[in-house]
Every structure is written in structure tokens, then in C-alpha cells.
Write a protein that binds this ligand. Sequence first.
Ligand code: HEM
Length: 199
Amino acid sequence: MSTTTTDATFSQLPWREVVIGSSALLLVGSYLLMPEQADAIGYMLRVTARIAFAFLLLAYVARPLVVLTGYGRWLVRQRRYLGLAMALAHTVHFGYVVAFFVSSGEPLEWITIVFGGLAFVLMWSMAATSNNASVRRLGKSWKRLHAFGLHYLWLIFMQSFVGRVFVDDPDMIYLLLSIAGLAALVLRIAAYFVSRRTA
Ligand code: HEM
């Protein structure tokens, strides 16, 4: 089979179903693989946040990768679905957040409601406008919403992960997740300066 035929077959795959379906599969798989002694809500809060972060980072680095290396156009074309896959995982996070506070009776601080709540509102607005009709109707506002939302969500993830690095006896996973997030930011900054120079 020639490379061109392989490329055509690859691009014809139902990527929307593949990308969003993989988020759903990861969620169901993690639920089924829950360790027996785990506190279910805490485990699912961590799993859902980490799956959502992985999809967010892929969408976050897609364009910078193309600008810096010339590779990754395929990833750019899947950004809409990566965003929807992230929203699916993080909507499940929201469900577990509600379950956590209802079952534990712990007080919810106003700062978490405001900043965490804004993140969910932005994420759902982005998901609801991830279609061609909204892109046409909203014009520049669409770009502003999606650019601001993407960076804001990145920031909320990073403050959660970095905050868990600077505790007594930290779990190394938080250091790795923080480094991944920072590396993605460095890529975006580098791509920004490269595009300005070549514009
Ligand atoms: C009102 C909003 C939110 C509340 C009340 C909330 C609550 C929680 C709780 C209780 C945990 C578990 C903490 C633990 O096990 O130590 C958690 C984990 C986490 N949440 Fe949320 N969350 C909210 C929104 C968000 C948003 C918007 C994001 C990201 C954009 C996010 C990202 C995370 C991350 C990264 C973790 C840690 C996951 C890990 O341990 O690997 N949360 N959240």
C-alpha cells in the first residue's frame, strides 16, 4: 500500500469518536480498575483530573508543535475533539466534587467556588461553542473565549499540581505533572516568538 493511501485512510478515520471515546474508555477503565482499598471518591477525583489534564495538554501544545517542528498538523485538526474529551473527563470530576462535599460535609471555601466555578463555566462554554456555527457567529469573541479559557484551565491545573509538590513527603507524580505543564508553557512561549519573527 502506498504512503498516500495510508495517509488518506488515516485521515478518514472517525477521529471525533476515537478521541472522545478514548476519554470515556479511560474513565470507565479507571473506575473498573479502582484499587480495592481506595476511597472511591478521592480516587475518581484524581483520575478524572489527570485524564482531563492529559487531553488539555495535547490541545495546548498542538499548534506550538507545528510552528516549532513542522510536525503535528494531525493533532491540530483534532483539537476540537481533544477539548471535548477534556470536558467529558472534567464534567465527571465535577460530579465527584459534588459527591465529595455532599458525603464528607466538609466546608467549601469561597475562593474555590469562585476560581474553580469559573473554570467549569469557561470549560462548558468552550465545549458548547466547539462547532462551526458558533465559530462563525461569535467571530473574534470565540477566539477570545477559547484562548482565555485554555490558559485559565491550564493555570488552575498547575496551581493544584504545584501546590501538591511543596508539601511534606510529596508524591513524585505531582512533580512530573507540574514539569509536563511547564514544558507545555515553554513550547507555547517559544512558538509565540518564532511566529512573531516570521510574520
Ligand atoms: C469548585 C471547584 C472544584 C472543587 C471543589 C474541587 C475539588 C477537588 C477535590 C476535593 C480534589 C481531591 C483532593 C485530594 O484528593 O487531595 C480535587 C482534585 C483535583 N482537582 Fe478539583 N475541584 C474543583 C475544580 C477543579 C478544576 C476546575 C480543576 C482544573 C481545571 C481541578 C483540578 C484538580 C486537580 C488537578 C486535582 C488533583 C488531582 C490529583 O491528585 O492528581 N479541580 N479537586
